[in-house]
Design a protein around this ligand. Structure first.
Ligand SMILES: [Zn+2]
Length: 450
């Protein structure tokens, strides 16, 4: 007994000795000095491109503490990275992800793919989600908003990953399960039991079996740690829609808990109903009218269109016979037209990819999200407006004025690209340096690879 307790004691002592080393290795703070200094020349501050000569960005304890034209005396103690030959920008943000979902049918059989995913074992699903998160991070995305199809609280599990997660995952904002009427996005014949693994199913009749009340659904989502409430105004591509009254009650219940509401709305009627109910952000809005876009601009409701690039459309059309993707030129024209109309109407725009299919691009899910950003440029939006939507514009949706910006006080999520994406958008795929929360994850000596 004694020798066992001695061994335990020795083990504990060894752990105590190793702890500083472990935290040194896995700490999100840089492993050198207390400050990092970035020498930059051309940089996008989240609003505009600055190119007025050399600037020194000082980072301490995860925040930007100084942006100046010259070094201060104390900067000498900082670890310095010369990024003056690169294009520097805030980390990118994708506000519409489903990192715990992969639809292998490319949308052709979403209903049955949801059954397969809902039955996956948890470790498998978490492991593939972690792969997606890592791919996002090393594609330059430092914040994501994940909007459901995340099982029962799996989004919270991946956001609560261990210390090392600081180096393996973007910051994750999440909604918990989406709230919808039956069958959610399953096929109508799906069992209520399987439906409830992916959606919080509500009904007009508060006592209906297998459903919960509006207030109960919001409470349940909140119990999963949700920072957003996700509603399905319509279940597109499955049948069913929330009634205006139910949607209003859900939004009211969310607001009572100070939770913002993201609403999946494909058609113009669904977008209008979502605006009536008090949405914080409208997702998709595929066929939204100019009149409704004007209303969104006036009410300052955020729009997160989720469009595929021409390359992604072609890939999807190989597996999905939906006439929408049969002619990718026409698909791009329709989506591009409504994105331009939204931009011209002055609707506050934020980027969301909604790409949850197997990824063909090198770099996985994150590289696919970069390609969804290309869709915005294909639509005719100026590259600068696209960068704003994927940085400071997205941060506004999250209510975070300390994200998506390079300025004093902002969280130090900073990327450097091989050259300016404003001049040539393909440079967005040339990540050369990555800092999240002030920690340098790649660049300098280590190459940025997925
Ligand atoms: Zn979605």
């Amino acid at each position: 007994m004694r020798s066992l307790s001695n061994r335990r004691h020795a083990a504990r002592a060894a752990v105590a000795l190793l702890l500083p080393l472990i935290s040194f290795l896995f700490s999100p703070t840089p492993a050198f000095g207390a400050c990092v200094l970035l020498e930059v020349r051309q940089y996008f501050d989240g609003i505009q491109v600055k190119n007025e000569g050399k600037r020194f960005i000082r980072v301490e304890e995860g925040r930007i503490t100084r942006v100046a034209a010259s070094r201060s005396a104390s900067d000498k103690s900082c670890k310095t990275f010369d990024l003056s030959g690169r294009f520097v920008a805030p980390g990118l943000m994708d506000l519409h992800t489903h990192v715990l979902l992969e639809d292998r049918s490319f949308g052709a059989r979403l209903g049955s793919e949801l059954v397969r995913v809902a039955r996956m074992n948890e470790p498998q699903r978490l492991s593939s989600a972690r792969g997606n998160l890592r791919s996002y991070l090393y594609s330059g995305f430092t914040s994501l908003r994940d909007l459901g199809n995340s099982g029962e609280g799996l989004d919270r599990k991946i956001s609560n990953a261990p210390l090392r997660a600081a180096r393996m995952s973007p910051r994750l904002f999440f909604s918990g399960p989406g709230i919808a009427v039956a069958p959610g996005q399953f096929n109508p014949e799906a069992s209520p039991e399987v439906m409830s693994r992916e959606y919080l199913i509500v009904s007009e009749a508060t006592s209906a079996e297998d459903t919960v009340t509006a207030e109960g659904a919001v409470q349940r989502a909140a119990s999963y740690g949700a920072e957003w409430i996700k509603l399905y105004a319509d279940n597109d591509p499955s049948p069913g829609r929330l009634s205006p009254d139910l949607m209003r009650r859900l939004v009211r219940a969310a607001h009572l808990r100070h939770l913002p509401v993201a609403i999946h709305a494909s058609s113009d009627a669904s977008v209008r109903a979502s605006l009536d109910a008090g949405a914080t952000s409208i997702e998709h809005g595929d066929t939204v009218s100019t009149e409704t876009l004007n209303r969104m601009a006036t009410q300052k409701v955020f729009f997160v269109p989720t469009d595929f690039s021409a390359r992604q459309c072609l890939k999807i059309s190989n597996s999905n016979p939906d006439p929408l993707y049969r002619n990718c030129g026409e698909y791009r024209r329709l989506r591009g037209d409504r994105l331009l109309r939204a931009h011209q109407a002055g609707v506050p725009l934020a980027f969301g990819s909604d790409y949850y299919f197997p990824s063909s691009a090198r770099g996985g899910r994150g590289a696919e999200a970069l390609d969804s950003l290309v869709a915005w440029v294909e639509s005719g939006l100026p590259p600068l407006a696209v960068l704003v939507a994927a940085t400071s514009g997205a941060a506004r949706v999250l209510g975070r004025d300390d994200l998506g910006l390079i300025r004093v006080g902002a969280v130090a999520d900073i990327i450097a690209l091989r050259a300016s994406p404003v001049a040539d958008f393909s440079n967005l795929k040339g990540l050369r340096f990555l800092m999240k929360d002030g920690a340098v994850l790649c660049g300098g000596k280590s190459r940025c690879v997925h």
